[in-house]
Structures are given as structure tokens and as C-alpha cells.
Ligand binder design. Structure first.
Ligand code: ADP
Length: 640
């Protein structure tokens, strides 16, 4: 395919695939996002650049005019130019200062904006995607990018400097071209003699417009080539660093957040004497990180030196040209200062262009990771049909030939599951560990999609419904339920409006009313010590709060996965006794290892190796003498 492309086609293809272009694509996309989030950032930066340039070039022109008028003994003009110089310096300088302060403040705010971008994306990813290790890696990488390598603020700053350098180059090249094209005044040279005359003639020759244009173009091309070469070389190095380095900071973050500075880990660490082992692990990761930074600093320094040499060479050439033009009488002494200034600006603008372009390309490696996280695609199909709101809770849910394996796993966890869930009934799901009970619930709640088959609500595939409205149907307590370090009421009300009567009712039904009343600040009491002086609660109390959360939602279907695992026998009996009240008028699904809880249920599904092996009432299943009766009898032995 490549063979058949024309030369132009090949150049075009290489350009489109170039690292330069992809880096700037990342940069422009980020600038666009910044502008869409805060439309003041970019215009303010632009204004600052214009003021800075006006200050520099206004100063150059006024100084050269001042010198020329003084040499021509035109003192009135001289005073006027001097006054203008002072006033413009003062006015533009002050405006520049004020703007700079504002730009810095806005730039600092960008960190917050980026944090919100990441948080918003992370929290809105569907459950299946956020479980994927690739997505987690990208999330951590995005966070690291912002924390450690400067974030979007640096991108805005770099582009501001790049634009300034670019405009500076345009103006100074315009001026330099005027210098290059000035003609020597050979008259003065004729008066010279001997060696000086030779030098003078050489100066005249070299400062002829054609010759100096040629020399100037060659110097420009040489500088462009050297800088492009340096930028490419170091951007590649940076990419390699980043690729070889992933993982160290994630491990350190894990050690910090979950082990060293997490009071929950303190008990295990002390009992098992893990201190030395953990410190050794931490030290190893830290050493890896330090090595990485030292290497980065060294290469950054090497890059700066290479760039300084390139711009230094160009500066020497530029000064020689102005000197030649002055010797050959092509320009006045006043113009000499102006051109020296312009070429100086040109040299430093070129250095900035190289430096900031390289910085943007370096930064793109990290910011690319950040964008990759924002681009992580959601796996789930997001339906649009609203879920019919029914006060009578008469919904019909069904599994039709559902098989499922977890993403990245070849093994089926559910196979050909067919069932209809009858509403307003108390259902139980039982089976051995690993039989697929929790997975069945996760699929029912729409957290994962079936690999094969479909789940329907009132005959319609649940993928066609709006996901939020569909999930509103369920109030669930999972085995690995989580409470957060927020006040009690926020944990129970979760995503719903606060209503204290409803809160207390849910707490009462879950058997949590008494202990919440005894807490130091009742509903306002902060849980745990992660975010302040909160209270620690027992596993059983936590489980009751999780049940209250599921009840507060007032969903049509209440699902309790091992709801009494952390409760003592009395509390367990209490939950069972309240079970009717808790689920009155609702459909409930109860997953439990404790077979005794099944007696409360009208409909029992027995899972075995990903299939529904038996289904029926307690008495019917006992009569069948299958898996259910085996499980029942095995436990009954201990209670007999
Ligand atoms: P049960 O609730 O009946 O104890 P689960 O539904 O939790 O069983 O698990 C069924 C099988 O699925 C188990 O073999 C378990 O290892 C596997 N499994 C559970 N969660 C995941 C997951 N996130 N990724 C891969 N496999 C999983």
C-alpha cells in the first residue's frame, strides 16, 4: 500500500502520524476543553501576551528614535521620545502586572477543574468498566498526571508562551528582513585605505541584500533543523521513560492510602509483624521513583544545553550581521540598537519556541494518558425508555437463557438461566459458595450485561430502559456493602433527599434506631475516622445501617445478600422478625447461607454451578430430596 503512495502522499502520511502532530492534537483538545469550562482563561492569556509584546517593541522603537534624534541634535523630539518611553513603560508594565496576577489565579483554578473532570468521569463510568484493570490504570495515571506533572494549567502556560514566541518571531523576522534587505552605503568605504578598506569591502559584499538574505536563510534553516532534531530526540526519550515507569507511583499510592496511613490496617500489621516487610516494599518503590526523576532531570538538562547551543550560534550570527550592516553604512546607530534588540528578541523567541514546543510534546505524553481516561468507553448500552412508575409494584422480571462470564474470563459463571420473578413474594436464592448467586443479583440490577440471553422487565430487554430509572427499582444490601466516612443520615439517605421521618422509619425497620439514638450527634454523627473525629461501629451495626439504606430508597424490590452474616444470633432473630414489616408490599430476594432463613420465603431458587438446579417452596424442595434438602439437613444437624 505504502509503495503506491506518491512522495507527497508519503510525506503527508508521515506528517499525519507524526508525534509532533499528535502532541499538538492533545494540546489543542485540552485548550478547547479549558475554554468550554472557563471562557476567560484563554482570552486573558492572549491579552497578556499582546501587552508584553507591545511593551518590548514599543520600547525598541522609541529607544532607537530617541538615539537617532539625539545624534541629529533634535532635542525636542528626543525629550518627547524619552517621555513616551517612560509613560508607555509605566502603563504597559502596570497593566501587564495586573493581568499576570489574574492569569495566575485563573491558572491555579484549573487544577480544581481538572480534578472535577476526572472525578465526574470516574464516578459516571458504568460498573463493569470501572472494574476493568485497564480503566483503573488509566484513572490512576490521569490522577498522577495532574498531581505530579503539572496539569492543564501547564498546558495553557506552554501554549501561551508558544504563541508569544511565534508572534515575537513574526515581528522580529519582519524587522530582521528589513535589516537584511538594507543596502550598504559604499561611499564611506571608498575613503578607507589598506587592510581596513579590505574589511570594509568584505562588509559591503556580505551586507548586500541578496548575500545577507542567503546567509540569514541558511542560518534560520540550520537552527530550525537542529531544534527539530533535539525536540524529537527528547520527546522520544520521555515517552520511553513513561512507558518503562508505569506502576511505581500506583504502588506507592496504594501503600500510603491503604497501609501506612490507614488506621484499619494497623491491627494486622502489628499482629503479623509486617512493619519491616512493608517499609522494605515502600523503600523499593521510592528508590524506583527517585531513579526515574533523576533520569528525567538529567535529560531535561541535556535538552536545555543543546537548545542553548543552537540559539547561541544563531545569536552570534545575528550580531555579526548587524555589525556588518552598520560598518557598511546600511543602517544608522539608532537603527543598530533597534535591530540588535529585534534580533535579540528573535533569538530568545526561537529559543522559547523550541523550549515550549518540547515542553508541550513532553507534557503530551502524560496528558495523553489523562485524555485516554476521559475517553474510556462505557461498555453498557444506555437505553432511553423510561421505566413505568407503578404504585402497585406489579413488575414482571425474567431471565431468558442468560449465560454470563466476567469480562476477561473464559469461564461461564451462569449458564442458561431461565426464570420469572414473581412480584410481591418473598424469594430466596440459596446454593453453595461460588454457585453464582451474587452474580445473578448483579445481572438483575443491571451492573453487568448478560454475555448471552436477555433479562426483561415487563417483556422488554432491560438494556432498552434508562439505566438510572431501572436501578431505582432495587434496594440492595450486598455482602461487601460499604458505608462511607459521612454522617449517618448521608449514609442512609444516600442519593435521595433527606427526610428525617423516613430516615428514622428505615432505621427502626433495620433495627438500627436504638444505637443511632445513642450516638453522640444522632443522625449527624460522622462514621469512621477517615475524614475527622468519627465513631467506629461494629460489623453488625454497619450491616443494619446498610439495610436501612436499602429500605430508605423505598424501592419495589429489596435484595438482601447475606444480610445477617455480621449479626449476632439475637440481632439475626430480630431482623427475621421484622422481615415482614421491612418488605411489606414489596418483592424481596433473600440470599443466605443460613437455610433457616428460607422458611420465611414463598419461593426458593437453588443455584448449583451457575444453574438453577431446583425451585419451589421449602416443603416441596425438602420433599424432592435434592440439593436443597442436602443443604438443609447439613445445617439442621448443627441446630438439632
Ligand atoms: P456466590 O454468590 O454464589 O457465592 P458468586 O456469584 O459471588 O457466587 O461467584 C460465582 C463465581 O464467579 C465464583 O467462581 C467467583 O470466583 C466468580 N467471580 C465473582 N466475581 C468475579 C469477578 N468480578 N470477576 C471474575 N470472577 C468473579
Amino acid at each position: 500500500m505504502d509503495e503506491r503512495l506518491s512522495l507527497w502522499g508519503k510525506i503527508h502520511k508521515r506528517w499525519k502520524e507524526s508525534e509532533f502532530l499528535s502532541a499538538h492534537r492533545v494540546g489543542f483538545r485540552l485548550l478547547k476543553m479549558v475554554h468550554e469550562t472557563d471562557s476567560t482563561v484563554l482570552p486573558m492569556n492572549l491579552l497578556l501576551i499582546c501587552v508584553n509584546l507591545a511593551e518590548v517593541y514599543g520600547g525598541l522603537f522609541l529607544t532607537s528614535a530617541l538615539i537617532d534624534s539625539l545624534l541629529a541634535a533634535d532635542f525636542r523630539c528626543g525629550v518627547l521620545y524619552a517621555l513616551l518611553l517612560v509613560v508607555s513603560d509605566l502603563v504597559l508594565g502596570s497593566i501587564g502586572e495586573v493581568l499576570l496576577k489574574k492569569v495566575r489565579t485563573v491558572q491555579n483554578r484549573l487544577w480544581q477543574i481538572v480534578y472535577l473532570w476526572i472525578a465526574k468521569k470516574a464516578i459516571s463510568l458504568d460498573y463493569e468498566t470501572i472494574q476493568n484493570p485497564g480503566a483503573i490504570r488509566k484513572l490512576l495515571s490521569a490522577e498522577r498526571t495532574c498531581d505530579m506533572y503539572g496539569s492543564v494549567g501547564i498546558v495553557v502556560l506552554n501554549y501561551g508562551e508558544l504563541l508569544k514566541a511565534f508572534l515575537n518571531i513574526l515581528i522580529s523576522v519582519g524587522l530582521s528582513l528589513r535589516l537584511v534587505l538594507t543596502r550598504p552605503a559604499a561611499g564611506d568605504i571608498a575613503l578607507l585605505s589598506g587592510q581596513e578598506k579590505g574589511i570594509g569591502q568584505a562588509a559591503v559584499f556580505l551586507s548586500m541584500p541578496g548575500v545577507s538574505l542567503l546567509l540569514f536563510s541558511a542560518a534560520l534553516a540550520g537552527m530550525a533543523f537542529l531544534s527539530a532534531h533535539t525536540a524529537h530526540k527528547y520527546a522520544e526519550k520521555e515517552k520511553k521513560f513513561f512507558q518503562n515507569h508505569t506502576g511505581t507511583e500506583e504502588k506507592l499510592t496504594y501503600l500510603n492510602n491503604n497501609i501506612f496511613f490507614n488506621y484499619r490496617a494497623a491491627k494486622i500489621i502489628r499482629i503479623f509483624g509486617m512493619q519491616a516487610m512493608l517499609l522494605k516494599n515502600g523503600e523499593r518503590e521510592l528508590n524506583g521513583m527517585i531513579r526515574f526523576y533523576l533520569r528525567r532531570i538529567r535529560t531535561n538538562r541535556e535538552e536545555t544545553v543543546e537548545n542553548l547551543i543552537t540559539s547561541g550560534l544563531f545569536n552570534v550570527f545575528s550580531y555579526l550581521l548587524v555589525v556588518l550592516k552598520t560598518i557598511s553604512g546600511a543602517i544608522t546607530v539608532g537603527a543598530f540598537t533597534r535591530y540588535v534588540g529585534a534580533l535579540n528578541q528573535f533569538g530568545s523567541a526561537c529559543a522559547s519556541l523550541i523550549e515550549y514546543n518540547a515542553a508541550i510534546r513532553r507534557n503530551a505524553v502524560y496528558m495523553g494518558e489523562f485524555l485516554a481516561f476521559l475517553d474510556v468507553e462505557e461498555k453498557h448500552f444506555h437505553g432511553t425508555i423510561p421505566v413505568e412508575k407503578r404504585d402497585d409494584g406489579e413488575y414482571e422480571l425474567a431471565f431468558e437463557n442468560v449465560s454470563f462470564r466476567y469480562p476477561g474470563s473464559a469461564q461461564y459463571v451462569l449458564r442458561n438461566v431461565n426464570c420469572r420473578l414473581d412480584m410481591k413474594r418473598k424469594m430466596a436464592v440459596v446454593g453453595r459458595n461460588g454457585a453464582g448467586k451474587t452474580t445473578f443479583i448483579k445481572l438483575l440490577c443491571g451492573l453487568y450485561e448478560p454475555t448471552e440471553g436477555r433479562i426483561t422487565l415487563n417483556g422488554v430487554d432491560i438494556r432498552k430502559y434508562k439505566p438510572d430509572e431501572y436501578r431505582d427499582l432495587f434496594g440492595v444490601v450486598f455482602q461487601d456493602f460499604r458505608l462511607f466516612s459521612f454522617p449517618v443520615w448521608e449514609n442512609v439517605a444516600a442519593g435521595y433527599e433527606r427526610d428525617d421521618d423516613r430516615l428514622w422509619r428505615a432505621l427502626r425497620q433495620a433495627g438500627a434506631e436504638e444505637f443511632v439514638k445513642q450516638m453522640p450527634a444522632g443522625l449527624e454523627t460522622l462514621l469512621y475516622k477517615d475524614t475527622g473525629e468519627g465513631v467506629e461501629i461494629s460489623g453488625g451495626e454497619a450491616q443494619k445501617l446498610a439495610i436501612a439504606r436499602a429500605l430508605y430508597k423505598d424501592a419495589g424490590l429489596v435484595i438482601l445478600d447475606e444480610p445477617t452474616a455480621a449479626l449476632d444470633p439475637l440481632a439475626e432473630a430480630e431482623v427475621y422478625a421484622r422481615f415482614d414489616e421491612m418488605t411489606e408490599g414489596k418483592t424481596s430476594i433473600y440470599i443466605s447461607h443460613r437455610m433457616s432463613s428460607c422458611r420465611f420465603c414463598d419461593d426458593i431458587m437453588v443455584f448449583d454451578d451457575g444453574r438453577i438446579a431446583e425451585r419451589g417452596s421449602h416443603e416441596n424442595l425438602l420433599a424432592v430430596k435434592g440439593l436443597y434438602s442436602q443443604l438443609w439437613n447439613a445445617q439442621a444437624k448443627y441446630y438439632a
